[in-house]
Design a protein around this ligand. Structure first.
Ligand SMILES: *Cc1c(COP(=O)(O)O)cnc(C)c1O
Length: 360
């Protein structure tokens, strides 16, 4: 069977090697006579799978010992509430950077728990860039500073790490986690839904510095308290076992491929290939400021939007799918996460050139 190239923003492409290994282990994991899906989460087989997934993620990202790694459910969207519940710690307000659709959702939710100080916003230019830190109005008394280093819909990525001094930095890394190496020690909390660059939907990874755990606002449900999960190795209740298993296979594969430094190199090559094509002609346009062009999600428009539909159809006929832009942006969007092979981007670029030759 031929695999298509899937440019979906999420759930997104997974590495073929991982899918094949999962297939091979589907009905009988390592000779134990059952599928990972059927295992007790408290049995030694499954416990070893989850422990190894955590160890591999720690190694890949260089997560320091004073951070907990939690495998939760509820998606990144639940973190929009769990972050203020856990991190306000008696303070009355938090700082948020507003760079687009996901920032806005995080801000809206945080307002249910306290005051939100928007340190800077790029709404003046339709969220096509990220304000640099000299334009941020940080509050030294803020409980934390939240930002979205990669806006999945707008395709705006921040490649530098904000300096927030003693105020914990919180990042929604749903769509760029594992795409390059970062210094985890600069963050208080990092969270990500798995379905973009980690594994299947249903798992949410939260990396949280230990001293921030255990001071939730009154009335916080048990399941929304980081301490519940930190104290129980993410096994207070049944974790999303199969998703964590697949994520673990992805972590192993990334390690075998040279880790995040190698991923970053490939991701730069893939993104450059696409951006160079967009820049080489007036037929296509990238709406994003150069310094914030995402390596993961690349929106682009055609000079003549009436040609969009035929573009999507023509691409699909060549096995290039899920290229339709987000409804709030229009045009096209190519999501090229770690698992998108460079051949997929090459095929897309080839098609773009052909399409331009026909209609340009
Ligand atoms: C997809 C996405 C979300 C929402 O994730 P869910 O897991 O569906 O809740 C939040 N933030 C960013 C940056 C995303 O890309």
């Amino acid at each position: 069977m031929e695999r298509i190239y899937n440019f979906s923003a999420g759930p997104a492409v997974l590495p073929r090697e991982v899918l094949e290994q999962a297939r091979d282990e589907m009905v009988d994991w390592h000779g134990c006579g059952m599928s990972v899906m059927e295992m007790s989460h408290r049995g030694k087989e499954y416990m070893s799978i989850q422990a190894e997934a955590e160890a591999d993620l720690r190694e890949l990202m260089g997560i320091p010992a004073n951070y907990k790694v939690l495998f939760l459910q509820g998606g990144a969207s639940s973190q929009f509430a769990m972050v203020p519940m856990n991190l306000l710690r008696g303070k009355s307000s938090a700082d948020y950077l507003n760079t687009g659709e996901w920032s806005k959702k995080a801000i809206k939710e945080a307002k249910k728990f306290g005051a939100v100080n928007v340190v800077a916003t790029s709404d003046d230019k339709n969220f096509s860039y990220a304000p640099t830190q000299d334009a941020w109005k940080l509050d030294p008394n803020a409980a934390y500073v939240h930002y979205t280093p990669n806006e999945t819909i707008g395709g705006v990525e921040i490649f530098w790490t904000p300096e927030t001094g003693a105020v914990p930095l919180v990042a929604d890394m749903s769509s760029n986690i594992l795409s390059r190496s970062i210094d985890v020690s600069k963050f208080g909390v990092i969270y990500a839904g798995a379905q973009k660059n980690i594994g299947p939907a249903g798992v949410t990874v939260v990396i949280v510095r230990e001293d921030l755990i255990g001071q939730v606002v009154a009335g916080t449900p048990t399941m929304m308290d980081y301490k519940t999960h930190a104290d129980n190795e993410s096994m207070y209740n049944t974790p999303p076992t199969y998703g964590i298993y697949i994520a673990g296979l992805v972590f192993k594969l990334l390690k075998a491929k040279g880790g995040l430094t190698a991923m970053e190199k490939t991701n730069i090559a893939k993104a450059n290939l696409l951006y160079d094509t967009l820049d080489s002609t007036g037929f296509y346009n990238s709406p994003v400021a150069r310094e914030n062009r995402s390596r993961m999600n690349i929106p682009f428009t055609l000079k003549d939007a009436s040609l969009d539909e035929e573009f999507i159809k023509g691409a699909k006929a060549r096995g290039l799918v899920q290229l339709k832009g987000h409804r709030s942006v229009g045009g096209m969007r190519a999501s090229i996460y770690n698992a998108m092979p460079i051949e997929g981007v090459q095929k897309l670029v080839e098609f773009m050139k052909e399409y331009e030759a026909k209609h340009g």
